[in-house]
Structure formats: structure tokens, C-alpha cells
Design a protein around this ligand. Structure first.
Ligand code: HEM
Length: 216
């Protein structure tokens, strides 16, 4: 650990540490510059994964049980902690991902060579919103039913194939048990998998573009 070379090697040859850059510019990781918003968004995603996995032990994605399961999770669990953490975490993640985008925009960090990563970011933003929206239906209450009815109808407005989009989203022509199952699979399996892949590309690209841009 005595020389810079040895310290570098210690990071590079360790399976966990090698994910981090060997060197970072101090100015680039200043809280004043990044607001740590990307990091906080990622942390909130991990909270969502952990609490979501716990919720999966209790929640049944069926018309018979979905609503009462959520009521039970709220009333029987002390302070409804798992569900509330998952719900508030999701709201917070939507806010922080926008703030992260705002920070990147305000600091001009989308400029070359980072324009590719900006585009990956836009995909991450859409995936975050989709995760949030698919989770909305799962409590199977009136709010969920009508919000999803409105959202899916809006998605049906594009010309030519609009009706097909609504049909695919709902698994039919209105919100039914098929929609619940479809959105559950999207919410707990498909979208988390896709967002993890894009996050990996996003983080790798931050490194490839020379680390966080930093004030010059
Ligand atoms: C799930 C969503 C996202 C996560 C977890 C995430 C995470 C991160 C992290 C940890 C960084 C390192 C610097 C920092 O913390 O500010 C970063 C950088 C960056 N992000 Fe994101 N991000 C997300 C969404 C977005 C979005 C929506 C955009 C823009 C449309 C974006 C564009 C960028 C760019 C261009 C950089 C490089 C910035 C620089 O070098 O200063 N990201 N992201």
C-alpha cells in the first residue's frame, strides 16, 4: 500500500473493488457537482429490489387476493413498513431520476463524449416510469383500475397501431385479471431485468467516458 502503483493494483485485482475506478478526479465527485443523484437513484433501486422481494412472499397477483393482500400488508405488518418503504421508495426514485437528469443537463455533462450515455439515461428514465406505472395496478383498488384504464387508453392514441398497443398492454379490451397477471410479470421480472442491463451499460459507460465529467 506504500506506493500509488501498489494501491492501484490492490483495487484492480480485487473482484469487488475492481468495479470502481482506480483513480477519480476529486472535483468530479464533489456533492456540489453531482448532487449524488445518480448514486441515490441506484440506492433507491436496491431498496425497491429488497422490499419488492419481501412483498413477493405475501402478495398474490390474483383478483381474489391482490386487494386484501395489500390491506393485510398495511394493517397486519407493523406500520405496514414493507409496503410503505416500497411505495415511498418508488415515488422517491422517480423524483431523484429527474433531478439526476436535471443535474446532468445543467452541468452540460451530456456533451461529447457523453451523448451516448445520455441516451442510455433516457431509456433508464422510461424504464423507471414504466416500473412505477406497472406497480400502480397491483393493489387492485379503484385508483389502480382507473389510472391504468386511462393510461392504457392514452397509449392507444398513436395512429395506425394504437388499438393494438392498448390490447397488448391490457391483455384484452379492458382491465381484467389478465391485465393484473401481465403487469405483475412485467413489474417483478421483465422490467427489473431490462433496467439492470441498462444500468450496467450506464455505469460502464461513465467509466469509458473518462469518469464523471467534473467541473473543469
Ligand atoms: C435509473 C436511472 C439512473 C441511474 C441509476 C443513474 C446512475 C448514474 C450514476 C451513479 C452516475 C455517476 C454520476 C452521478 O451520480 O451523477 C451517472 C452519470 C450519468 N448519467 Fe445517469 N443514471 C440514471 C438515469 C439517467 C438519466 C435519466 C440520464 C439522462 C437522460 C442520465 C445521464 C447520465 C450522464 C450523461 C452521466 C455522466 C455524467 C457526468 O459524467 O457528469 N442518467 N448516472
Amino acid at each position: 500500500m506504500d506506493t500509488a502503483r501498489n494501491r492501484g493494483l490492490a483495487v484492480l485485482t480485487n473482484v469487488f473493488l475492481h468495479l470502481h475506478p482506480v483513480k477519480v478526479r476529486k472535483s468530479g465527485i464533489r456533492l456540489r457537482f453531482t448532487w449524488c443523484m445518480g448514486g441515490i437513484t441506484f440506492f433507491l433501486f436496491l431498496v425497491e429490489v429488497a422490499t419488492g422481494l419481501l412483498l413477493m412472499f405475501y402478495y398474490h397477483p390474483t383478483v381474489e387476493y391482490a386487494y386484501v393482500d395489500i390491506i393485510d400488508l398495511r394493517e397486519q405488518v407493523p406500520l405496514g413498513v414493507m409496503r410503505e418503504l416500497h411505495r415511498w421508495g418508488a415515488h422517491a426514485m422517480v423524483i431523484t431520476v429527474w433531478l439526476h437528469m436535471l443535474r446532468v443537463f445543467m452541468t452540460g455533462s451530456y456533451k461529447p463524449p457523453r451523448e451516448f450515455n445520455w441516451n442510455v439515461g433516457v431509456i433508464l428514465l422510461v424504464l423507471t416510469l414504466l416500473l412505477s406505472f406497472t406497480g400502480y395496478l397491483l393493489p387492485w383498488d379503484q385508483l389502480a383500475m382507473w389510472a391504468v384504464t386511462v393510461g392504457s387508453n392514452m397509449a392507444g392514441f398513436p395512429p395506425v397501431f394504437g388499438d393494438q398497443v392498448t390490447f397488448v398492454l391490457l391483455g384484452g379490451i379492458r382491465v381484467t385479471a389478465d391485465t393484473l397477471l401481465r403487469w405483475y410479470v412485467l413489474h417483478v421480472l421483465f422490467l427489473p431485468f431490462v433496467i439492470v442491463v441498462f444500468m450496467a451499460v450506464h455505469f460502464w459507460r461513465v467509466r469509458k467516458d473518462g469518469g464523471i465529467s467534473g467541473p473543469l
